[in-house]
Write a protein that binds this ligand. Structure first.
Ligand code: SF4
Length: 132
C-alpha cells in the first residue's frame, strides 16, 4: 500500500492537514503506538470513533515550520487516501481543498480501491483494544 496517488503534495503546504477531521482505524492507532506515541497524545474519541487530535486548527502531527507531516511513514489510511475522502458511505474527491485532485485519473482511483475497502472494513470493526 502506498503512493499510488502520485501527487505533488509539497506545493500547497498540505491544506489537507488543516481543519480536517482524520478518522482513525484500530490499525492506524496500533501503528502510531508502535511508533512511540501515546493514544491520549494523538487521538480523541468523539461518538463511536477516534480522530487525530488537532492543535490550533491543524493536525497534531503537522509541522508548522516545515509544512510536512511528522509521521509521514505512519500516517493513517485516511491521509494516504486523500484527496479521496470517505464520507457517510460515499467516496468523494476533495477538489475544493486539494489543488492536485484534478490529476487523479481512473487508474489511480482503481489502485486506491483496496485501501478504501480496508478503511471501510476496519471502521466497521470498531476498536476492540481501545474501548473507553
Ligand atoms: S497525520 Fe500527517 S498527513 Fe495526516 S493529517 Fe496529520 S500531518 Fe497530515
Amino acid at each position: 500500500m502506498d503512493e499510488y496517488l502520485k501527487l505533488d503534495c509539497f506545493n500547497c503546504r498540505v491544506r489537507c492537514c488543516l481543519e480536517q477531521r482524520v478518522i482513525l482505524s484500530e490499525r492506524d492507532i496500533d501503528l502510531l503506538i508502535e511508533a512511540g506515541y501515546k493514544l491520549e497524545y494523538f487521538a480523541v474519541k468523539k461518538g463511536r470513533y477516534y480522530y487525530l487530535r488537532e492543535y490550533g486548527g491543524r493536525c497534531i502531527f503537522y509541522d508548522v515550520d516545515t509544512g510536512l507531516c511528522r509521521i509521514y511513514k505512519y500516517r493513517p489510511l485516511v491521509c494516504r487516501l486523500y484527496p479521496l475522502v470517505y464520507q457517510d458511505g460515499n467516496v468523494i474527491l476533495d477538489v475544493e481543498n486539494c489543488p492536485e485532485a484534478s490529476k487523479i485519473d481512473e487508474e489511480m482511483m482503481w489502485n486506491a480501491v483496496p485501501d478504501l475497502i480496508e478503511l471501510v472494513y476496519r471502521l466497521k470493526m470498531g476498536y476492540r483494544k481501545y474501548r473507553v
